[in-house]
Design a protein around this ligand. Structure first.
Ligand SMILES: Nc1ncnc2c1ncn2[C@@H]1O[C@H](COP(=O)(O)OP(=O)(O)OP(=O)(O)O)[C@@H](O)[C@H]1O
Ligand SMILES: [Mg+2]
Length: 223
């Protein structure tokens, strides 16, 4: 099993009791699954994805990633796991404005063991995959929203991650551009990537092989 959550609870500090954003979630995800996480605002979607993406740890319960207990890791080990195993895509593309498209994609390779002279070729190859080969030397401000998101996807893929975590990647895009982005995720999934994607939109969730419905920090349905 790639991902195993066992009774995962997340409590944020708030007042005396704390706020229970996740209430004992259990969940298993296999390699090559395409999971959509849906649910109302505040239901715990980002909290769950941040735990799965090792940006945060459970307050209670266990999270095993490839059998490794993530709750026991220190920040340094977590950063290493994120850098080598996880690719993130966010709603706001989070690109560096002064860097070129290619430099943005190269960023996650800063600590990589891939020799420096091979890196640029790798970035170009991935930009080709997302249809941006000709924009490599542009700045993000010169691109459309959909193109910026494709750069963010290329950046998430450059380390060849085990898991791609996307938190409402189409949230800032019009419907047509959103579909193009979803097609890219669908293709990645076909080639073997495991994808976890949060969305508000039902038709976007239809790209997934499994949909997890969250409400008030609990899984209410999984289909
Ligand atoms: N750092 C924090 N401190 C305290 N409470 C938090 C923190 N982060 C999130 N919460 C609370 O936890 C709950 C779940 O938040 P989360 O961001 O996971 O929701 P979400 O399902 O992603 O919502 P949205 O669709 O609006 O992005 C919310 O009620 C939120 O206010
Ligand atoms: Mg959220």
């Amino acid at each position: 099993m790639l991902i195993e959550l066992c009774e995962v609870t997340k409590v944020y500090p708030m007042g005396k009791q704390g706020f229970y954003a996740l209430k004992g979630l259990s969940l298993s995800i296999e390699k090559k699954e395409f999971i959509a996480i849906v649910g109302p605002s505040g239901s715990g979607k980002s909290t769950l994805l941040n735990i799965i993406g090792c940006l945060d740890k459970p307050t209670l319960g266990k999270y095993l990633l490839e059998g490794e207990d993530i709750g026991q890791k220190d920040d340094f080990s977590l950063a290493k796991i994120r850098n080598t195993k996880i690719g993130f895509v966010f709603q706001s593309f989070n690109l560096l404005p002064r860097a070129t498209v290619c430099e943005n994609v190269l960023l996650p390779l800063f600590y990589s063991r891939i020799p420096r002279r091979q890196r640029r070729g790798l970035a170009e190859e991935i930009l080709e995959k997302v249809g941006l080969a000709t924009k490599s030397n542009h700045r993000p401000s010169e691109l459309s929203g959909g193109e910026q998101q494709r750069v963010a996807i290329a950046r998430a893929l450059v380390n060849n991650p085990l898991i791609v975590c996307a938190d409402e990647p189409t949230g800032n895009l019009d419907t047509t551009t959103g579909r193009e982005i979803m097609e890219i995720f669908a293709q990645l999934n076909k080639r073997g990537a495991t994808i976890l994607l949060i969305t508000h939109e039902r038709d976007i969730a239809s790209y997934a092989s499994k949909i997890i419905y969250l409400r008030d920090g609990e899984i209410v349905e999984c289909s």
